[in-house]
Design a binder for this molecule. Structure first.
Ligand code: SF4
Length: 457
């Protein structure tokens, strides 16, 4: 391995099989390491952003709002207020004399103009430094306008992206429990941690409908304020991206007794297991209930039908891709588990896997499902990733917007599994899309025209 790993980061990298499992994670990024992580504010913004009928106001300099504008596609089936990026545009005089007046005026004007169901006000670095009282301004405006106005305590410097997830969960929790729960089926759930980047939440909802389960709220994708207010009436929280929303699920369990379940919608194995786990949950909760039995039967039929339709198409890609090498670097490691399994389904080998925010438990699980020699890395940086990709002779790199240039500079195929994706990669249909995309990238003739082999030397 090239000497690009800073000494202080050595214990955040583990090579499977070299020594007993040990990885340090869940800590602040090392200064100077140019982490791939985003700031606290960005973490909170990505979680709350898909609430489409809420006003999202970034209290800070314009750059913070620009940096996160439309950061994820987060499609909406109705209102699109979330796609407008509002900012108080704090300037030098506001920093000296305080930005509270400006914030109040901006909120009043925006609420009058856009008539949102609720407003989220994000705190950025400078607001934490000058000490504007967001809580007080939000309370005043809430009284005046009669809609929830919720401060998001997300000053960029106060931790890493995980702290932003927590700030978003705290903000959302203030909405939950404020709506009526009558007429909610006992076979019901909330979807947490899917951001509806390319419409996957609509597909997942359709699966649940086919199973006979009511979806009360899509909390983090195509979200609506009124649904979130009554989310405590659902029988179950189904959490995908656990790093971002598990804390909200835990708070709901503690206060309202709603249990939660971690799932993944990526890959055939995990998608099927998610649906079966939910059907099993209702069977166990309502033993002997005929509807619970019917849900299980409908789930089995659904999985069988979807897998039957998918497999012939997948075979062509499996034959072409067998033996090729893949690298994965994503935000949350739960997605990484599914990607490892998805690559295995097309006989590809994962040689590098890492995440921005994984926990020790997550990495332990990754260690269990990867092959010997696989590099497992926490909170990596461009230099390290470049070195690993070259060393392993990778054919495709899966990541988000910040990983894309690393791959292209090396002449390696890239698959966006995050921010800028426009095609569904979740669910059964998504597995076929994923295989097709990997196939198109890896087998593309374009690699003949880039100095790929040379850069890998
Ligand atoms: S909150 Fe702070 S770290 Fe985050 S974008 Fe704004 S200035 Fe940068």
């Amino acid at each position: 391995m090239e000497a690009v790993i800073l000494k202080e980061r050595e214990n955040q990298i583990y090579i499977k099989g070299e020594k007993p499992f040990n990885i340090v994670c869940d800590k602040d990024s090392l200064a100077g390491a140019v982490s791939q992580r985003a700031c606290v504010f960005c973490g909170s913004r990505v979680v709350l952003y898909p609430i489409a009928d809420a006003l999202h106001l970034v209290h800070g300099p314009i750059g913070c709002a620009v940096y996160t504008w439309d950061i994820r596609g987060a499609l909406s089936s109705g209102p699109e207020l979330h796609r407008l990026s509002f900012s108080t545009d704090l300037q030098e005089m506001d920093v000296i004399f305080g930005g509270e007046k400006k914030l109040r005026q901006a909120l009043l004007e925006l609420i009058d103009r856009h008539n949102p169901k609720a407003a989220f006000v994000y705190s950025t670095c400078i607001v934490g430094i000058i000490g504007d009282d967001l809580e007080a301004i939000c309370r005043q405006v809430e009284r005046e306008k009669g809609i929830p106005v919720i401060p998001v305590k997300s000053e960029g410097f106060k931790g890493n992206k995980r702290a932003g997830y927590k700030a978003a969960c705290d903000a959302m929790f203030r909405l939950i429990g404020t709506g009526g729960t009558s007429n909610i089926s006992k076979f019901s759930l909330n979807i947490l941690g899917d951001f509806n980047l390319a419409g996957e939440i609509w597909m997942i909802r359709e699966y649940y409908e086919r199973m006979g389960i009511e979806v009360v709220a899509n909390i983090t994708g195509d979200g609506r304020v009124d649904d979130i207010r009554r989310a405590h009436g659902a029988a179950l929280n189904v959490v995908q991206c656990s790093g971002s929303t598990m804390q909200l699920a835990n708070m709901m369990e503690e206060q309202y007794g709603v249990p939660s379940m971690r799932v993944s919608y990526f890959g055939v194995e995990d998608m099927s297991e998610a649906l079966y786990d939910i059907a099993r949950f209702f069977k166990k909760k309502f033993p002997g209930d005929r509807e619970a039995d019917a849900i299980m039967e409908r789930t089995m039929a659904l999985v069988q039908e979807e897998v039957r339709n998918l497999m012939p198409g997948l075979e062509k890609y499996r034959k072409a891709l067998a033996g090729k090498k893949a690298a994965i670097y994503v935000g949350g490691s739960f997605k990484a588990f599914s990607l490892v399994k998805a690559f295995r389904l097309v006989d590809m080998q994962v040689v590098l896997v890492g995440s921005q925010t994984g926990t020790e438990e997550d990495y332990r699980e990754l260690e269990a499902i990867t092959d010997p020699g696989t590099i497992i890395v926490d909170d990596s940086n461009p230099l390290e990733l470049t070195s690993f990709l070259k060393e392993k002779g990778v054919d495709i790199f899966v990541g988000g917007v910040k990983e894309r240039p690393i791959a292209y500079k090396l002449g390696i195929g890239f698959c966006d599994h995050n921010h800028e994706r426009k095609e569904v990669l979740a669910g059964f249909e998504g597995m076929l899309n994923f295989a097709r995309e990997v196939y198109s990238s890896v087998m593309s003739p374009v690699w003949r025209f880039v100095p790929r082999a040379k850069s890998m030397e």
